[in-house]
Design a protein around this ligand. Structure first.
Ligand code: B1M
Length: 211
């Protein structure tokens, strides 16, 4: 249907009012919330690919994510009514001592766009808060972001807390942020590493074994 393509395009070009108007129209026309969600996700997937290939930069992604959020605000109550299950649950945050959140927000929005339920704890998140929230909310993964060479050490502390709580079998840990590398992830025992927001989605899908 033409309107699905237009909806996906409104996400790609970050047109919030258009995305909301089309979402409302499609639902009013009897299209299922799941079909609307798939169309939004297909738009966000294009954004992820373009970002990965340096065709889009941070501002375009943020604008697209804002459009996605706006459409999701209309769609969410309907999705809940019809019982569409998220593909996985992830607790995300920037580690203790670190206030950088632009990259973390991008990852968070891309994950939501891909159909994950994201519990975003914000910035300056302590190891205990990561672990307790993941436990209480039954999350399958913790995603940590760090932008400072000093605060990335707190990723190791969080993994220690996950291990000490004896829940590392059921809660995977993925890390990222400018100073973070795959080597560092290996060194501290993280289950996954992603260099950018689109890769964070594929890494979490791989770890949580979702399509
Ligand atoms: Co700060 N800062 N900053 N800063 N800042 C850096 C990081 C720095 C490299 C600048 C520099 O000196 N060249 C430097 C760190 C040096 C170091 O540790 N080696 C630095 C410093 C020193 C500081 C302060 C200490 C400065 C001071 O006060 N003296 C201070 C620290 C405050 C604190 O956190 N406690 C500070 C403060 C700030 C601002 C508040 C002013 C602001 C943050 C605003 C905000 O986030 N709301 C800020 C900014 C904007 C930056 C730069 C300029 C940009 C960071 C950014 O947003 N990049 C940065 C320099 C730079 O990188 N050019 C810098 C864009 C973002 C999309 O990229 O976050 O890397 P990024 O996210 C990417 C990937 O890394 C990945 O996906 C994202 C999208 O592709 N990714 C993940 C991120 N998280 C992931 C998680 C995943 C997977 C992938 O899995 C869960």
């Amino acid at each position: 249907m033409e309107m699905f393509k237009e909806l996906a395009q409104s996400i790609i070009s970050g047109k919030l009012p258009v995305a909301q108007e089309l979402t409302t129209k499609l639902l009013a026309n009897g299209v299922t919330p799941k079909e609307v969600l798939d169309s939004l996700i297909s738009g966000m997937n294009v954004v992820g690919e373009k970002f990965k290939n340096n065709e889009f930069y941070v501002p375009e992604v943020l604008i697209a994510a804002r459009a996605m959020k706006g459409a999701m605000a209309i769609l969410k109550p309907r999705l809940v009514e019809t019982g569409v299950k998220p593909i996985g649950k992830v607790v995300i945050g920037t580690v203790k001592g670190d206030l950088h959140d632009i990259g973390k927000n991008l990852v968070s929005m891309m994950l939501e766009g891909a159909g994950f339920e994201v519990i975003d704890l914000g910035v300056d998140v302590s190891p205990e808060k990561f672990v307790n929230t993941a436990n209480e909310r039954g999350a399958g993964a913790i995603g940590m972001s760090a932008l400072l060479t000093t605060t990335m050490l707190n990723m190791k502390e969080t993994i220690k807390a996950v291990n000490n709580a004896g829940v590392h079998d059921s809660i995977k840990v993925v890390i990222g942020g400018a100073p973070v590398t795959q080597n560092y992830a290996n060194e501290i025992g993280a289950d996954g590493y992603a260099p950018d927001a689109a890769s964070a989605v594929s890494e979490l899908k791989r770890l949580l074994r979702v399509a």
